[in-house]
Design a protein around this ligand. Structure first.
Ligand SMILES: [Zn+2]
Length: 125
C-alpha cells in the first residue's frame, strides 16, 4: 500500500476507478450492478452474471480499514471538540454524516478496487 501523493500521471489501466466505485460498475459489463446496498457488494452481476462474491473472497482488510478510518474520524472529532467546544448537537450534526459518508465511500472504493484487481487476475491464466 502506498499513500504517497497521487499525481496526474496516475495511469495504471484503471482510469475510472473512482467513478466505478461511486456508480458501482461491474468490471465485466460496466452495468451499475456491483453494489446492492450503499457499501454492500452484490453476489452476482444481474446483467452478465459475473460472480462478484467469489471475486471479493480474500478481501479481509476491509474490516481493518473501516476500524482505522473510524478511529481517525473519532480522534478528529474529539480534537475538534477540544479546540472549538461546539454544542453537542453541532458535533453530531457534522460528524454523523461525515463519518457515515467517509466510511461508506472508503468501503465502496476499497471493495471496488479489490474486485477489479481480482477480476483482472482471473482474466490472466
Ligand atoms: Zn456485469
Amino acid at each position: 500500500m502506498t499513500a504517497g501523493p497521487s499525481g496526474p500521471e496516475e495511469n495504471k489501466g484503471q482510469p475510472g476507478l473512482v467513478s466505478a466505485a461511486l456508480s458501482g460498475l461491474c468490471p465485466r459489463c460496466g452495468a451499475r450492478t456491483l453494489f446492492e446496498g450503499p457499501a454492500q457488494l452484490a453476489e452476482t452481476c444481474s446483467v452478465c452474471g459475473l460472480d462478484i462474491l467469489s471475486l471479493e473472497r480474500g478481501g479481509r482488510f476491509v474490516g481493518i480499514l473501516t476500524m482505522l478510518l473510524a478511529l481517525v474520524l473519532i480522534l478528529a472529532a474529539l480534537t475538534t471538540d477540544e479546540w472549538l467546544r461546539p454544542p453537542l448537537w453541532a458535533t453530531f450534526l457534522f460528524w454523523g454524516p461525515v463519518t457515515v459518508g467517509s466510511v461508506v465511500f472508503a468501503l465502496r472504493f476499497w471493495k471496488t478496487m479489490w474486485v477489479y484487481h481480482q477480476y483482472e487476475e482471473s482474466q490472466q491464466p
